[in-house]
Design a protein around this ligand. Structure first.
Ligand code: NI
Length: 396
């Protein structure tokens, strides 16, 4: 295997691990990242040439102007929030905050972006254009931090390209995975209340049974997925809650259902609620029930810009070597990185963090989740190389 990027200085490699472990030990969940933001801010303020500010209470922005002349403005994003999970790891830097844990790798994302900021700030004499490092709060909880930063602050003014990465435990450490076009899903959902008419369990003819009607709804929604939608248009509908009834001899008045709906394209995102409600309305009408259908839009799907993904793949080949760059599969998780892509072209990509040696192949959001820390080095090398490459091109 050939790697073309020069290895990071030892001191920086140690620093990355120290940053990541500090953040891992002190996790804060969405919209509460006060200590996290203060820590990141203090570290960034020690680096030369960075203009550090906070556009929201728990995010941090650092802007770096290159001194080598005009070029593009490139936004690099890391998310910094933790999850409400009780950590089960036993290493010495495990979470000290009960009920909170960095179980998705955002501690690593923050450390990587701090490392990239340090290297690029030291090399600003050879850098053109501008780099904005955004340490974003609240990725895990809709409406999310990106929505606020992108649509309610000047963050995106003049940004030509947005880039972000996610460490992924299901790819081996050292691998970079890029996908043009549709990459991640919209994690939308709905709540459904079916209103029938309660009665005696032995005399169903006097009642309208919301349990039997709800059961029809659950199976028919899968019929939509398999029969009304093309197999080439991914759609996941999982009814995950079904609450009704109090006793075995009573037909209840109502049944409450909830479901997650995952789509990968803006077109399907518009179409899905209409098709789903049509089926629900038809079944309820057929059986004399009424319903309330509340559709909740979470994050937009992540659709990468084809040309940015293609050029980023070239950058990755130069950084980690041809044989360690793969095309990422579609991933049915959601990500508010999609908000940045509403305002600029860009690409969200993956850096593998799984390895048996580091015991870091646990799934994301698992209480044993952790990172192979060599992925921090790969992440920094990717961010630095991508920032240099994309800033150097003429502004559009
Ligand atoms: Ni995540």
């Amino acid at each position: 295997m050939t790697s073309h990027a020069s290895p990071l200085p030892d001191a920086l490699r140690q620093q990355l691990r120290a940053w990541r472990r500090h953040l891992h030990q002190h996790p804060e969940i969405s919209f509460q990242e006060h200590q996290t933001a203060a820590f990141i801010r203090a570290e960034l303020e020690r680096m030369p040439g960075l203009e550090v500010s906070q556009l929201t209470p728990t995010s941090v922005l650092a802007a770096l102007r290159g001194e080598a002349g005009p070029g593009r403005t490139v936004l690099l994003r890391a998310d910094i929030d933790a999850l409400p999970i009780e950590e089960e790891n036993t290493f010495e830097f495990r979470s000290q905050n009960a009920g909170a844990m960095h179980a998705c790798g955002h501690d690593g994302h923050a450390a990587i972006l701090m490392g990239a900021a340090q290297l690029l700030s030291e090399a600003r004499a050879e850098l053109s254009g501008e780099v904005r490092f955004i340490f974003q709060h609240a990725e895990e909880t809709p409406p999310g931090g990106a929505e606020e930063l992108v649509f309610s602050t000047p963050l995106m003014d003049g940004v030509d390209i947005s880039l972000g990465l996610h460490l992924l435990s299901f790819y081996p450490a050292g691998v970079v995975a890029v996908r043009p076009g549709m990459f991640m899903a919209s994690p939308d959902s709905f709540q459904l209340t079916i209103r029938g008419r309660g009665g005696h369990g032995g005399m169903p003819e006097q009642a309208v049974d919301p349990v039997a009607i709800g059961a029809q709804v659950v199976t028919n929604l899968q019929h939509v997925v398999s029969r009304a939608i093309s197999p080439f248009e991914p759609l996941v509908v999982s009814v995950t809650q079904f609450h009704a009834g109090t006793a075995d001899n009573i037909i209840p008045d109502t049944a409450r259902l909830a479901a997650t709906v995952r789509v990968f394209s803006p077109e399907m995102r518009e179409r899905a609620p209409q098709v789903l409600e049509r089926v629900i309305a038809g079944i309820c009408a057929a059986h004399g029930a009424e319903y309330e259908f509340e559709y909740l839009y979470a994050y937009r799907p992540v659709v990468n810009t084809d040309w940015v993904a293609a050029e980023l793949s070239e950058v990755a080949r130069a950084v980690v070597g041809e044989d360690r760059v793969i095309q990422a599969g579609m991933w049915a998780a959601g990500e508010d990185f999609s908000a940045y892509l509403q305002k600029s072209p860009g690409c969200f990509f993956a850096v593998g963090s799984g390895s048996p040696q580091a015991n870091s192949e646990w799934p994301h959001h698992h209480p044993r989740f952790t990172l192979d820390e060599s992925a921090l080095d790969t992440g920094v090398q990717m961010m630095v190389a991508a920032a240099r490459y994309f800033t150097a091109r003429d502004p559009q």
